[in-house]
Ligand binder design. Structure first.
Ligand code: SAM
Ligand code: SF4
Ligand code: SF4
Length: 332
């Protein structure tokens, strides 16, 4: 099953909640949130609906499911949801993206529930830079405690996502890379993206991965990792001194739409076939209408077949849309 550019459906990013305990300026800047309501609980998909949806997507070729948000750990009963999804035959890779603040409370339950992998977001080791970027909420210390809790619960080899913004945290990237070198965890430096409409994105604030790679290579020589799986978002490099890997997610300077196999569903059940889509398709009424699995499969199949998005590749040709869905709603 492929879309108009012969891309198969392999990954599902499922947003389980649009709320968050941080206010990262590149995602959910506090001052821009005025009047923007979060989803009421009554509009969230239930655990049973999410489980059914994941089963359907598995039937369409999905093997990787990433739980995201907003902040997924804020969803009440999140570990129970993980347990249900982990038990679905065909879900080979069940992953979570989190800001880690609540991991000291939840990591052990999540491991026990069958969660496979955790990606943690951390933008700087410097408390004041962190605070500037998180909207003055949370702290580096809390994120590190979350990382420790994940490791203690058995999640080794974490991924650490760092959004790099020129003039904000670019000067502290080396310190962060230094901290995680040799830890078994892999830092992935992400170019600041023009997702949503409220994060004041400007091209000037994007630090191209090539520039960061040069700086890092000067300090600690690296070489590309020989095997890079298709559909992988990060370009991977390994440190020549054996201290592990570093990844670059370069959706602005080197878009990777050509092998994008990801579908997204928001916490209220809207299907999107691209992170930058303006229009999605609501699945929740169909799930609640008594529609059969077979009919639902046909419906989602049809949505994927007509998928023709390549937003990042057309960005520089004027492909910017003014009414994109916010990252915390769409799911990162
Ligand atoms: N709250 C969780 C977290 O921060 O890990 C999960 C949701 S968050 C939207 C998922 C990822 O998107 C995070 O790693 C975050 O850094 C990234 N992100 C958010 N806004 C972004 C932007 N404008 N450009 C690049 N990455 C962004
Ligand atoms: Fe919350 Fe994640 Fe967005 Fe930061 S990036 S505001 S932690 S959803
Ligand atoms: Fe996939 Fe859209 Fe991102 Fe391109 S811009 S890689 S199609 S999500």
């Amino acid at each position: 099953m492929t879309d108009r550019y012969a891309r198969p459906l392999r990954d599902l990013r499922l947003s389980v909640l649009d709320r968050c305990n941080l206010r990262c300026t590149y995602c959910m800047p506090e001052e821009s949130l005025d009047g923007r309501d979060f989803l009421p609980t009554s509009r969230l998909m239930s655990d049973a609906e999410l489980e059914r949806l994941v089963r359907l997507f598995v039937g369409l070729g999905v093997h990787k499911v990433r739980l995201t948000g907003g902040e997924p750990l804020l969803r009440p009963g999140f570990a129970d949801l993980v347990r249900r999804l982990a038990a679905i035959e065909g879900v080979e890779d069940l992953a979570l993206t989190t800001n880690a603040i609540l991991l000291p409370r939840l990591a052990a339950d999540l491991a026990q529930a069958g969660l496979g992998r955790i990606t943690i977001s951390l933008d700087s080791m410097d408390e004041s830079v962190f605070s500037t970027m998180s909207g003055n909420r949370g702290s580096v210390g809390e994120v590190l405690a979350g990382i420790d809790a994940a490791v203690a619960a058995g999640f080794s080899q974490l991924k650490v996502n760092t959004v790099v913004q020129r003039g904000v945290n670019d000067q502290s990237v080396i310190g962060l890379v230094d901290h995680f070198r040799g830890s078994g965890h892999t830092v992935r430096l992400i170019e600041f993206m023009d997702v949503g409409n409220i994060n004041h994105w400007s091209h000037d604030q994007v630090v191209p991965s090539a520039e960061l790679l040069r700086v890092i290579h000067q300090r600690w020589p690296v070489k590309p990792v020989a095997y890079q799986a298709a559909g992988e978002t990060a370009r991977r490099y390994e440190f020549l001194d054996g201290s592990g890997e570093i990844g670059f997610i370069s959706s602005v300077s080197e878009p990777f739409c050509g092998d994008c196999t990801r579908a997204r569903v928001t916490a209220d059940g809207v299907f999107y076939s691209c992170l930058f889509s303006s229009n999605g398709t609501t699945l929740r009424p169909l799930l609640r209408s008594g529609m059969s699995d077979e009919a639902l499969l046909q419906h989602i199949h049809g949505l994927w077949r007509k998928r023709d998005e390549r937003y990042s590749e057309s960005r520089n040709g004027g492909g910017r849309s003014s009414s994109k869905v916010e990252m915390f709603r769409m799911g990162g």
